[in-house]
Design a binder for this molecule. Structure first.
Ligand SMILES: Nc1ncnc2c1ncn2[C@@H]1O[C@H](COP(=O)(O)OP(=O)(O)OP(=O)(O)O)[C@@H](O)[C@H]1O
Ligand SMILES: [Mg+2]
Length: 158
């Protein structure tokens, strides 16, 4: 599925739409991969999703902390930025990846390619590219849960 997002507000709205269509997290651990060059809007999208699930206050980019945990209306969400990683399992273990993938919740990962194989299969992958005006997105599901998520997504194009 491909989408054009003309401005930042559209990216935030898509994040909210992904929050609305998110499958029930009780008993499930879902992985959302956000791919794209520097400054394409990955954090903006994650912020829109978290806000729509009732997270108040600052939603910081996990650039330096690598992981930011949130308790939301839908359950626990961990937001990761793996830009600084080399792709070793030990690096993911050091930020507790195995622990929260073993519990119900959603993990949102920016720069998933830096986590490499240790990350596992993403249920839903969103690739973002710069365009002359705004951004172009490609959304792909790789699991049943990812397909359910994408299938329920309702995003009004503008
Ligand atoms: N659809 C869009 N059209 C134009 N600008 C956008 C769009 N979505 C987000 N932006 C802008 O892109 C810039 C970078 O956003 P953001 O920090 O979310 O990127 P990022 O992909 O997380 O970057 P990084 O790789 O450094 O983590 C921000 O100024 C944001 O307002
Ligand atoms: Mg970011």
């Amino acid at each position: 599925m491909e989408l054009n997002l003309p401005d930042e507000a559209a990216t935030v709205r898509l994040g909210a739409a992904l929050a609305d269509s998110l499958p029930d997290l009780r008993g499930a651990s879902l992985l959302l991969a956000l791919q794209g060059d520097l400054g394409t809007g990955k954090t903006t999208l994650a912020r829109g999703l978290l806000r729509a699930l009732g997270v108040e206050g600052a939603i910081r980019s996990p650039t330096f902390t690598l992981v930011e945990p949130y308790e939301t209306r839908a359950g626990t969400i961990h937001h990761l930025d793996l830009y600084r990683l080399q792709g070793a399992q030990a690096e993911l273990d050091a930020i507790g990846y195995r622990d929260y993938r073993g519990m119900p919740g959603l993990v949102i990962v920016e720069w998933p390619e830096r986590g490499a194989a240790a990350l596992g299969v993403a249920d839903l992958s969103i690739t973002i590219e710069h365009q002359a005006l705004g951004r172009r997105l490609c959304i792909e599901a790789a699991t049943d849960a990812g397909q359910a998520w994408q299938g329920a997504l309702r995003y009004e194009r503008i």
